[in-house]
Design a protein. Structure first.
Length: 293
């Protein structure tokens, strides 16, 4: 690996590599402001990303791995077209478009095959599948399947899609909104109150745990918030979405384990190797609620 995007931070060595893709969005953590910026770029038909042509030319890549799943989340093949046109030696381009956990595992195999590491990729996928199967085995002893709302963005409100509903199922829950292998979509707080989920998981796309907690603390609470069963029972959680839910990679298996520890702590406690930096139970005090209105 010689070049990365501005968001590549795992494994830690990725931070030492040359950045070849940067965002054109302003540096804001306000979800409303980010949403406005995204809509502005989209309305003008402009990409949210820019490719450093000089950096790409200097690296002289043999292979470029990109994605065509979400043009809001990362650079797409279309963004690469003009940059590639200037390269003397044309690299191979591998574009990924996973919709489910199975697709993510297949993409790992495809990358492994392309870079001559097929056996290592197969070994990794076998281990990931084993971990997810171990979760299913651990929760098979209980018939309880909590109803879960996975909130992928807070303002405006979006619910998780693609592989997230499948992860909830694997972890022993029922996603009350998400549709497996379908994109996330906008939802209303009225619908959340009506669904009355037993568990709510705050997983803002691309946010780590501290950002997710901060966003939750800052969001205006809807009328009737305290009537939601998840709130009454103290089962509202924030998670490291960037590491374990948003990105289609090996750590999704860890995301399934995290969800299982939230939904069925008696059967599958939080994995020790993931630590407390991956999830947190969160609450809002009456004072915070009053200040939000």
């Amino acid at each position: 690996m010689a070049g990365v995007t501005f968001e590549c931070d795992f494994p830690p060595e990725a931070r030492t590599k040359r950045i070849v893709v940067r965002t054109r969005l302003g540096h804001s953590e306000d979800p409303v402001e980010i949403d406005h910026q995204v809509k502005d770029f989209v309305s003008r038909g402009e990409s949210l990303y820019e490719i450093d042509r000089a950096a790409v030319e200097a690296i002289e890549p043999d292979l470029i791995i990109t994605q065509d799943l979400c043009h809001v989340c990362a650079a797409s093949p279309g963004d690469l077209a003009s940059a590639l046109a200037t390269l003397v030696r044309k690299p191979e381009v591998l574009s990924l478009n996973p919709q489910s956990l199975g697709d993510v595992w297949k993409d790992i195999l495809a990358v492994g095959s392309t870079i001559g590491r097929a056996s290592q990729a197969r070994k990794l996928v076998d281990e990931l599948e084993r971990r997810v199967s171990a979760v299913a085995e651990a929760i098979s002893r209980t018939s309880n399947r909590p109803r879960v709302a996975c909130l992928e963005w807070l303002d405006p409100l979006f619910v998780g899609g693609h592989w997230v509903p499948e992860m909830v199922t694997c972890a022993g829950g029922v996603d009350v909104f998400g549709k497996a292998a379908q994109p996330s979509y906008r939802q209303t707080w009225e619908a959340v109150l009506k669904a009355n989920p037993e568990v709510m998981v705050i997983m803002p796309c691309g946010y780590g745990l501290p950002q997710a907690v901060k966003g939750f603390k800052a969001m205006p609470l809807p009328e009737g918030w305290e009537s939601i069963q998840a709130v009454r029972d103290g089962r509202v959680y924030a998670v490291d979405a960037s590491g374990y839910f948003s990105r289609p990679g090996p750590r999704l298996a860890g995301g399934v384990e995290i969800l299982a520890s939230i939904l069925h702590p008696e059967s599958l406690p939080a994995p020790c190797e993931l630590g407390s930096s991956t999830m947190a139970r969160i609450t809002r005090s009456p004072v915070s609620k009053a200040s939000a209105h």
